[in-house]
Write a protein that binds this ligand. Structure first.
Ligand code: NAD
Ligand code: TYD
Length: 332
């Protein structure tokens, strides 16, 4: 029996990971510690709330005393807690520096004081920056473009320093762009699905030719599970979907699945500092025994259908804080 503390477990990937762990390991206990920012949502966890193996703690990863209490009896910590949206970091990056950098530091200090077997830091391919050709390996220099990516790179540097200095049992995962159920509709795929369902314009930045490598969230959860149990301390693991697509291709696919017209596409002013292409080399985790299992077209269709069938979930989210951000950022 193991106990995992999952910080940021009420967000998109974190809540999918909670479901994955409880479904895969009947004898594991899961504790979620989450601040419930605009992106945190207890609806994401509503079907595990009554599970005896599950506990929820509302709190901030910058709160050292709370972290120490929450982590006292746990074997593993997996940290998903972060401010995560590039566009919000362009408007105001203070919360990014606080949570992503100071929060990760506070977690590392907690791991240093307690007897934690393993700490997994969930990072992103965005720390490497943009690449025109080829793919970044884990030892590539960090070259973040946005305040979001810079805050995640800062956290990665700290995690690595705690490995080098204290030999803490830490691991970093850097995944590519995730998609799937429970993703906050500020990100490309859920924003475009839900806007299309409401017959609202889909704001495509620049020429729509930026490239992202799309990874189904459930594949990422399997990879994180593998790294948590079998990864080597002190190592970084890239987790890519091997599935690079332009934004316009994604947009057209979503509209085709929903049977909506391409006239909904609205080309808008490009994002400031917009990275052209992300690409990572995932050979290291392939050698550990993981490959993405999901076919993109099937998983995108499943994802679109999830949003079609779970209007209650995203209509509630879109009627709240989302409105303020959307109006301020998109001016539409
Ligand atoms: P999300 O924005 O959906 O959720 C973040 C969660 O963290 C929310 O539940 C929020 O309430 C919580 N949180 C924020 N600040 C906190 C704090 N100070 N203390 C405690 N909880 C706090 O994010 P996501 O998309 O699920 O991303 C999870 C992690 O994966 C992040 O670290 C992100 O950088 C990384 N990542 C995401 C993607 C992606 O495509 N979504 C890709 C690569 C890496
Ligand atoms: P996003 O989902 O914000 O992820 P990230 O920027 O972290 O990769 O955006 C994915 C891509 O989609 C990125 O190239 C920006 C683009 N995009 C748009 O064109 N319009 C939008 O409204 C959003 C949110 C993103």
């Amino acid at each position: 029996m193991k106990t995992i503390l999952i910080t940021g477990g009420a967000g998109f990937i974190g809540s999918n990971f909670v479901h994955h762990i409880l479904d895969t390991y009947p004898d594991y206990r899961v504790k979620v510690l989450d601040k419930l920012t605009y992106a945190g949502n207890l609806d994401n966890l509503r079907d595990v709330m009554d599970d005896d193996r599950f506990t929820f703690i509302k709190g901030d990863i910058c709160d050292k005393a709370l972290l120490k209490e929450a982590a006292e009896d746990v074997d593993y910590i997996v940290n998903f807690a972060a401010e995560t949206h590039v566009d919000r970091s362009i408007l105001d990056s203070e919360a990014f520096i606080r949570t992503d950098v100071l929060g990760t530091y506070t977690l590392l200090e907690t791991v240093r004081e307690l007897n934690i077997e393993r700490f997994v830091q969930i990072s992103t391919d965005e720390v490497y920056g943009s690449i025109t050709e080829g793919s970044f390996k884990e030892d590539a220099p960090l070259n973040p473009s946005s305040p979001y990516a810079a805050s995640k790179a800062g956290a990665d540097m700290l995690v690595n320093a705690y490995w080098v200095t204290y030999r803490l049992p830490v691991i970093i995962t850097r995944s590519s762009n995730n998609y799937g159920p429970y993703q906050y509709p500020e990100k490309l795929i859920p924003l475009f699905i839900t806007n299309a369902l409401e017959d609202k314009p889909l704001p495509l930045y620049g020429d729509g030719m930026n490239v992202r490598d799309w990874l189904y969230v459930k594949d990422n959860c399997e990879a994180i599970d593998l790294v948590l149990h079998k990864g080597e301390p002190g190592r970084i693991y890239n987790i890519g979907g091997d599935n690079e697509r332009t934004n316009i291709e994604i947009t057209r696919k979503i509209l085709a699945i929903l049977g909506k017209p391409e006239s909904l596409i609205r080309y808008v002013t490009d994002r400031k500092g917009h990275d052209r292409r992300y690409s990572i080399d995932s050979t290291r985790i392939h050698n550990l025994g993981w490959h993405p299992r999901t076919d993109f077209d099937t998983a995108l269709e499943d994802t679109v259908h999830w949003y079609v069938e779970n209007r209650w979930w995203w209509e509630r989210v879109k009627s709240g804080e989302f409105q303020r951000f959307y109006k301020e950022y998109y001016k539409m």
